[in-house]
Design a binder for this molecule. Structure first.
Ligand code: LLP
Length: 438
């Protein structure tokens, strides 16, 4: 998919770059991002919304993959940006992302984060709870500024891949529940705050969703909430943010829809359910993360050792693992892989891909069909663009890999491989201990 193909040498090529050459230049493990595919996904969202005729913003959920080059790319493509911490905000600001298109999320923003975001002049806070509402009002009032907010509501729809669950009162750490009246009370509280401008509401129903019905139901519930708020409080929502969660294909059997199908389902549902509530339909915002960058990422590893247990299993070990991709260990996520330097060869055995961390749980893939892998071969694991680099760790004191953008036969280093010095940069040995050792 994307610009990936197998070249005449039988090597995997992404963005016109032969991965064996990428290995020679940057080493492994290496994260490779297909820049053209990321841009294509951004454009699919923007185009689908443009043809809906509604006002909109597509905010890239930077938690999926936040580095300065990616933030720049999102800006270039006209997206807005969702940040969830001071670190993501700092990254965005350092990358020169226009503050007015930054939205700040999170269920426990600190006063330092709120001050930083207000000082930067961000476009909107997504307020999660009453403590935050009061804190934000007091900081905004002290600074004598007005800040835009959305209230995060839980519509009682929880979606995951194929199923969605509807619950009366949602047991979730996020947001104000519509069902039990707390969202209604939050609107009342919000409009009473002099320094807060209530733009509307936000709802996020889950992640890696393949169907549209969960989103449609969320729109319906938010619309009926909007109607009761209009009738009871005479408050209009100018903005309705429907969050992210649009699924991607990791392995065979995953059946995501095309980006435009999700967007059309949402905008059609808005046109149906918001009809007649206000003079004009609200602006629709979404926050895709995974579906912008997920399938554009590939992780390239070098194969090292193997362990063949006859009649049981063959383990093939690579030079990374749960440190660069914790998703299999955390969520039992499935991935596909191929031998990237022998991509034309037929699979001859079923093996399991082990990471190099010192624990049994560090397995990247259970049971994948591959040609017989030898030490020095390259293994490419697909669809690692989202929640891989952003969730990477230094467990076992492994250094985080480098990351390159590839396009048109050209590669650009956008994150350099961590150095040994990076690993110890924050370490301090108290003099007391140093003395004792001497
Ligand atoms: N908006 C909100 C409020 C969210 O909580 C999330 C994701 C998104 C947008 C973006 O969702 P996406 O389009 O990427 O599905 N670490 C997990 C995923 C956690 C998602 C958390 N929230 C994983 O690796 O699967």
């Amino acid at each position: 998919h994307g610009t990936s193909r197998i070249n005449d040498a039988g090597h995997l090529e992404i963005g016109g770059c032969d991965v064996t050459e990428l290995k020679a230049e940057y080493g492994t493990p290496l994260y490779i991002l297909d820049e053209q595919l990321v841009r294509q996904r951004c454009r699919e969202y923007m185009d689908a919304f443009k043809s809906s005729g509604l006002g909109f913003q597509v905010a890239y959920a930077s938690k999926a993959f936040s580095v300065m080059a990616m933030v720049r790319l999102a800006d270039e493509e006209g997206l807005s940006l969702d940040v969830v911490s001071d670190g993501e905000l700092y990254t965005a600001l350092q990358a020169g992302f226009p503050a007015e298109r930054i939205h700040f999320h999170g269920n426990n923003k600190t006063s330092e984060e709120i001050e930083m975001a207000i000082d930067a002049g961000i476009g909107c806070f997504v307020v999660d709870n009453l403590v935050e509402l009061n804190l934000l009002q007091s900081i905004a009032s002290r600074k004598e500024v007005k800040v835009n907010i959305l209230l995060r509501v839980t519509p009682g729809v929880e979606a995951h891949t194929h199923e969605y669950i509807t619950t009366g009162q949602t047991d979730s750490k996020f947001g104000f529940d519509i069902g039990n009246g707390s969202a209604y009370e939050a609107v009342k509280a919000a409009v009473s705050k002099k320094n807060l401008v209530l733009l509307g509401v936000h709802s996020h129903i889950g992640s890696q969703i393949f169907e549209t019905d969960g989103f449609q139901l969320a729109v319906e519930r938010v619309a009926s909430f909007a109607r009761s708020v209009k009738e009871g409080l005479e408050v209009d929502f100018r903005v309705v943010n429907l969050g992210g969660g649009f699924g991607i294909r990791y392995v065979e059997g995953d059946t995501p829809l095309h980006v435009s199908e999700y967007v059309t389902a949402i905008t059609d549902a808005v046109k149906t359910h918001f009809a007649g509530i206000y003079n004009a339909l609200p602006e629709i915002w979404v926050e895709p993360g995974r579906s912008i960058v997920g399938d554009a990422g590939t992780t390239l590893y070098t194969v090292g050792t193997n362990k063949d247990i006859p009649g049981v299993r063959k383990y093939v070990a690579v030079d990374g693992g749960m440190t660069d991709n914790p998703r299999p260990a955390l969520y039992q996520s499935k991935y596909e892989a191929l031998l990237a330097n022998r991509a034309n060869e037929e699979a001859t055995e079923t093996v399991s891909i082990a990471g190099k961390c010192c624990e049994s749980g560090d397995m990247l893939i259970w049971d994948v069909e591959l040609p017989e892998a030898e030490s020095g071969d390259l293994l490419a694991v697909a669809c690692t663009g989202a929640y891989n680099y952003s969730m990477a760790s230094n467990y076992n004191r492994l250094r985080r890999p480098a990351l390159v953008f590839v396009q048109n036969g050209h590669s650009d280093l956008v994150v350099r491989r961590e150095s040994y010095n990076d690993l110890i940069a924050n370490d301090i040995v108290p003099e007391r201990i140093a003395k004792q050792a001497a």
